[in-house]
Every structure is written in C-alpha cells, then in structure tokens.
Write a protein that binds this ligand. Structure first.
Ligand code: PEP
Ligand code: CO
Length: 460
C-alpha cells in the first residue's frame, strides 16, 4: 500500500514459521534462472549493503494487502495488477511513472463503474527489474553471449561487457525502486487520484479515441455520485480523494529477495520487504526448486503463475506447499493459458482446487499465453486474442460456480505500438513506429483503457 494511512483491516497472522525453512534454505535446491556472477566476493559485498539498507515496504502494509486479498477471495473486491513486463533503469522517470499510475487509476475507475465493486490496485513496478528467459544464451551473426536478464542483472546491449552480470545493479535497482515507490506515494498522498480533480482524469493523447466518449461519461457519472454523496454527508468525503496502491514483482533473483527478507518487532515470521506482493513465474514453479522453497517461508500474500502445461496435481501441491495453513489472502493463482487453451485447462483446475478446499484468489493473465511473432521477428500480442482469453476466463469461472477475482496485465501509459489490434487496429507494420519493450509487448494507454471498458461491460 503506497499511502501512509492507518491500517485498520489487518489479518491475524498465524505464528507459524514454516518448518525447516530459513531465508537461505533455497540455496540447497536447484535454482533456475539465476545469473552466474563472475566475482563471488563482489556479489557478497553488494548483498551485505542491500541487507543494511531500509526496506521498501512495511510488514503492516503487507498484512493489510493480505487482508484485502482475502476480501477479494470472498468476492468483495476485484484486483487490477499491471505494469511493464520489465521495468528499465532508464524509465525511472517522473513522466513514465506518472503516466503508468494514471492509466492504472483510470482503468480501475472504469472497472469500479462497471463492476460496482471496489478495485484493489497492485502495480507491477518498483522492483520488476529481473526477467526469466527461455534461453541462457543469445546468438546474433555467429556471436553467442549470455541473455539479457533484466536491468537488475545485466544490460540489454549486445556486447560481452553489457551482458556480464554486475552485482552493483542490485543496489541500483533498490535505489530506483525506492525512488519509484517514493514518487508514487507522493503523487497519491498529494491528491493525484482525487476524484474532485477532473484534470487528473483527462485522456491525454487518447482524447480523440473511439472510446473517449464512453470513458468521459463514466468519469462524469462518478463525479456526480461523489458530489451527491457529499451533499448527503454534508461535507467533503476525504476517502474519495485517496486510494490504496500496492507494489509487486516476480520473485526471481533469489539473492536479492533473500537480502530483503526481514523479521520485524512484534510480528512473527519473515517478510519480504522489497514488495507487497511477490509472485512465482511459470519457469520457476517447480515444486522441488529454489523459488518455491524461498516463497513458502515468507508471510507476504503471493501469486503463482499457472500455465496449461501444469498438471492438476502440480497445482494442488503448490497450494499445499505455499499455503499449508490455508490462510485467507495468502495465495493467488494467476492463470496464463492462451485464448486457444484456456477452455481445455481452466475448468479441471478450478474443480480440483475447490474439491481440495484450498482458498485461493483466481486471477487471469491474458498476456503471456497469447504472444506471437510477426514476420519481421517482433514479439506481439493481438488485442483480440487477449480479449478472447479475458471473456473466456469470466465465462469459465461462472460456469464452474467460481469467481474470477482479478486481472494481471502488461501495460504502459505511453503511446507505444507493441500489441496489434485495438480500437485503432494497429497492424504488424504499425509496430515498427514505437516498439520500445526490451522483453514482452505491452498494451499501450489506449488499448489498456479499451480493455478495461470491455471488461467492465462483461462484468456489468
Ligand atoms: C511475466 O509475467 O513477465 C512472465 C514472464 O510471465 P510467465 O512466468 O507467466 O511466463
Ligand atoms: Co512478461
């Protein structure tokens, strides 16, 4: 949670410390997707510094998010999680951060309007600097180098020097995450999300979009409702000017995660205080692997990506290992199936998880199962496929008597051209204009709002 305000819905955390677990017990397991640092002493020196720096979030905030996710599990809230596939150090800039916050706030406003539910916002930022890669090496024109693994590890340029993992980047990442979170907290506390300030809700370059009129109508209606409530209440309702905002990133680079794993006074157990909501990615969800080992011992609410290649048993085992006490709010299953596979795989998982009695929040990531390559070799995602997976996800959950409780998206507040389709029907050729992502293609500002408007209509 970004804003500093009294935490009034803390959960009772059970005093359990996971058996046989230590912040470093992951080191006894095979750890996928870790860089090979050439200088072990330099790594240890950077980690020692990282351990001594203040954390980015607090245990109160982490517990408060867990309580809110428990409410989302009960169907009271919808979770919107979004941000870049990979943040870059260079994009730690005020305009980029403010625009990303703005699009997430605008999308959540649209969702509140359509779903008549509170929306809980979790940014995929302030630490989303490490990336899993399908291949350890990359070859171009006969030259083979280690893959780029995100700015937390190495640099994207294709040279031997750029690709050497550099532990100083762990400190740089921590600083940039701190600057990001600080700016977001300041924006929100200063009234950036205040419904009394329609200028913050303006549509920038999207104002001539085919969907602008729909959006404006929703903002006007909500503004009228706020004024109506305030007339009834006889004064300004300050809660309308503030929102909750939490952060998340993939818990991938375990050296960094361990260095941020702390105990705090008067709360049992260990917290990862680099983010509110870490998640385990698809490539690191092995039951016997280091990531599951690390994550089972921290108190944070957390997510795990669920792909169509996972067996039902595997998913049930993940629930047992990651949430042995079946604690409300602890575990979110983020399914990322692809529009052509979701109907074959989601129902078996919903049934099995329900039958086993596991409490989970179900979220849909309609991005990662729908990536295709253009003839020019760019990675893209067709808007229609993303939309199709979203529609199927809502329908399949409903048919199984379950609830889809959230959406996990890769998006930006910028005018990039990375995903095809949408209201402006971007083509493969259009992608060349402003393709900026170093890793996966993101929805641009307009496509993200369009998706929110369409989701709001489905759920209405
Ligand atoms: C991601 O979220 O950027 C990612 C790599 O996802 P997944 O683990 O689902 O492939
Ligand atoms: Co991605």
């Amino acid at each position: 949670m970004i804003r500093a305000f009294p935490v009034n819905d803390e959960v009772n955390v059970s005093p359990v410390i996971a058996p046989d677990w230590r912040p470093d017990s992951w080191q006894d397991r095979p750890a996928a997707q870790q860089p090979n640092y050439p200088d072990a002493d330099a790594l240890q020196a950077a980690l020692a510094q990282l351990r001594s720096l203040p954390p980015l979030v607090t245990s109160w905030e982490v517990n408060s998010l867990k309580a809110q996710i428990a409410r989302a599990q009960a169907g009271e809230l919808f979770v919107l999680q979004g941000g870049d596939c990979a943040e870059s150090f260079a994009d730690c800039r005020s305009d980029v951060i403010a625009n990303r916050l703005k699009v997430l706030l605008q999308m959540s406003l649209v969702l509140v309007h359509g779903m008549r539910k509170r929306v809980l916002r979790i940014g995929r930022f302030a630490g989303q600097y490490a990336k899993p890669r399908s291949a350890d090496l990359e070859t171009r024109d006969g030259v083979t180098l280690p893959s780029y693994r995100g700015d937390l590890v190495n640099a994207p340029g294709f040279s031997a020097a750029a690709r050497i993992p550099d532990p100083q980047r762990l400190l740089e990442g921590h600083m940039r995450s701190a600057m990001t979170i600080n700016f977001v907290r300041g924006l929100i506390d200063g009234g950036f999300a205040d419904l009394h300030h329609p200028e913050y809700w303006d549509l920038d370059w999207v104002q001539h979009s085919p969907l602008a009129a729909d959006y404006q109508r929703m903002v006007d209606t909500l503004g009228d409702s706020v004024r109506f409530m305030e007339t009834l209440a006889g004064g300004r309702v300050s809660d309308f000017s503030r929102v909750d905002f939490y952060t998340s990133h993939e818990a991938l680079l375990l050296w960094a995660e361990q260095a941020q794993t702390r105990q705090v006074p008067r709360a049992p157990g260990w917290y990862n205080l680099s983010t509110h909501f870490p998640w385990i990615g698809m490539r690191t969800a092995d039951l016997g692997g280091a990531h599951v080992e690390y994550c089972r011992g921290i108190r944070n609410p957390m997510g795990v990506k669920v792909s169509p290649t996972m067996t039902t048993e595997w998913v049930l085992d993940l629930c047992r290992v990651l949430n042995p006490d079946n604690e409300a709010g602890r575990l979110t299953l983020i399914h990322r199936m692809g529009a052509d596979k979701i109907a074959d795989h989601l129902p078996r998982l919903i049934e099995a998880v329900r039958k086993a009695g596991h409490q989970v929040l179900w979220m849909c990531d309609p991005m990662h199962g729908n990536t295709v390559s253009t003839p020019n070799g760019l990675k893209t995602r067709p808007f229609d496929r993303i939309m199709s997976e979203v529609e199927q996800a809502f329908a399949l959950h409903k048919a199984c008597g379950s609830t889809l409780g959230g959406m996990h998206l890769e998006l930006t507040g910028e005018d990039v051209t990375e995903c095809t389709g949408g209201a402006r029907n971007l083509s493969h050729e259009d992608l060349e204009r402003a393709y900026k992502s170093q890793v996966d293609p993101r929805l641009n500002y307009e496509q993200a709002l369009e998706l929110a408007i369409k989701i709001a209509r489905i759920a209405d």
